[in-house]
Design a binder for this molecule. Structure first.
Ligand code: APR
Length: 310
C-alpha cells in the first residue's frame, strides 16, 4: 500500500478503526499503544484475517513510535473512555496529558501528517494536539460531527422507515450536550425533515442525538461507543487519502468563521488531500446561531480549563 495511517491507542476505537481501514483497503496501518503486547496482538490478529477478508493491507503493532515515521494520517484515540455517570468533560485532565505526549511523538516523526483527533473531550483535545504539534490548522481536525450526524441519520431512518442511505444530517458545535443538530439542513432524499416529521418528533430525535454517546455508555457500562466512532474517523481518513473532497462536519480551528476566534468547534469542512481545504459557512437562523454560541462557550470553558492544567 502506498498510504500509511497510524492509529494511536489500540483499544476499542483504535482497533476498530484499524480493522475498517484495512478492510476498506485504504492503507497500511501502524497501531500504537502503551500496553505491551496489545497492539502487536491485535495487528497480528487483523493480518491473519486478511486472507479471508481479501486485502493486502499490512498492519504493524508497536509500543514505540519509530514504525509510525512518514505517516500520511495519524488518528489519535489514546486516552480513557467515560463510564456511566461521567461526562466527556470529566476526562479532560487525564486525556490532555496523554494526547499532548502522543502528539509530540507522532509530529516529530510525521511532520507532514494530518491529525484526526478522537480522544475526548474532543474539541479541547484538538486544542491540545494543535498546540503540541505546531501543525497548520488545515492539518489538525477532530472527529465528532460525522459521528453525531450518523447518529441523527440513524434515528431519522428508524423514525421514517427509510434507508439510511437516503438520509443526510448536519450536527454542528462542540461534541457535548450543547451540540447543535440542524433539522433544516437534515434531509431524506433531499427533502428537509422539517417537511416530513412533526416538530415534537424532530425534537425527540434531536434530544436522542445529543445523548447518543451517553445512551451507549449506559448500556455498555464498562466503556463508551466505538463502532460508529471508528466508522466516522475512517470516513474522514478515506476522504483525505483519496482526495475525495467530501463535505463533512468536523472540529476545525476557527479564526473568525461563524463568529468564533481561535476555537475548535464542529463546522462543515471540505476534506481532501491537504486536510481541511475549505470551511463552509452556512446561513443560520438567530436561534441556531444562539445554540452554536452556547456550544462554543462550553468549548471555550474547557479551553480555559486546559490552561490551568498546564
Ligand atoms: N499512549 C498510547 N496509548 C495509550 C496511552 C498512551 N499514552 N494512554 C492510553 N492509551 C491506550 C490505552 O492503553 C487503551 O488501549 O488508549 C487505549 C484506549 O482504548 P479504550 O480504553 O478501549 O477506549 P476507547 O473506547 O477506544 O476510547 C478512546 O476515544 O471516543 C473516545 O472518549 C473516548 O477518549 C476516549 C477515546
Amino acid at each position: 500500500m502506498d498510504k500509511k495511517v497510524t492509529v494511536i491507542g489500540a483499544g476499542n476505537v483504535g482497533a476498530t478503526a484499524a480493522q475498517r481501514l484495512a478492510e476498506k483497503q485504504l492503507c497500511d496501518v501502524v497501531l500504537v499503544d502503551i500496553v505491551e503486547g496489545v497492539p502487536q496482538g491485535k495487528a497480528l490478529d487483523l493480518n491473519e484475517a486478511a486472507p479471508v477478508e481479501k486485502h493486502d493491507c499490512h498492519l504493524t503493532g508497536s509500543n514505540s513510535y519509530d514504525e509510525t515515521t512518514g505517516s500520511d494520517i495519524v488518528i489519535i484515540t489514546a486516552g480513557i473512555p467515560r463510564k456511566p455517570g461521567m461526562s466527556r468533560d470529566d476526562l479532560i485532565s487525564t486525556n490532555a496529558g496523554i494526547v499532548k505526549s502522543v502528539t509530540k511523538e507522532v509530529a516529530a516523526r510525521s511532520p507532514e501528517a494530518i491529525l484526526i483527533i478522537v480522544s475526548n473531550p474532543l474539541d479541547a483535545m484538538c486544542h491540545v494536539a494543535f498546540d503540541a504539534s505546531g501543525f497548520p490548522k488545515e492539518r489538525v481536525l477532530g472527529m465528532a460531527g460525522v459521528l453525531d450526524s450518523a447518529r441523527f441519520r440513524t434515528f431519522i431512518s428508524m423514525e421514517l422507515d427509510v434507508s439510511v442511505e437516503n438520509t443526510h444530517a448536519f450536527v454542528l458545535g462542540g461534541h457535548g450536550d450543547t451540540m447543535v443538530p440542524l433539522p433544516r439542513y437534515s434531509t431524506v432524499a433531499g427533502i428537509p425533515i422539517t417537511e416530513l416529521m412533526a416538530q415534537d418528533r424532530i425534537d425527540a430525535l434531536v434530544e436522542r442525538t445529543r445523548n447518543g454517546g451517553a445512551e451507549i455508555v449506559g448500556l455498555l457500562k464498562t466503556g463508551s461507543a466505538y463502532y460508529a466512532p471508528a466508522s466516522a474517523a475512517v470516513e474522514m481518513a478515506e476522504s483525505i487519502l483519496k482526495d475525495k473532497k467530501k463535505i463533512l462536519p468536523c472540529a476545525a480551528y476557527l479564526q473568525g468563521e461563524y463568529g468564533q476566534q481561535d476555537l475548535f468547534i464542529g463546522v462543515p469542512v471540505k476534506l481532501g488531500a491537504k486536510g481541511i481545504e475549505q470551511i463552509i459557512e452556512i446561513t443560520l437562523t438567530d436561534e441556531e446561531k444562539q445554540a452554536l454560541q452556547k456550544s462554543a462557550d462550553a468549548v471555550q470553558e474547557l479551553k480555559d480549563l486546559l490552561k490551568t492544567l498546564g
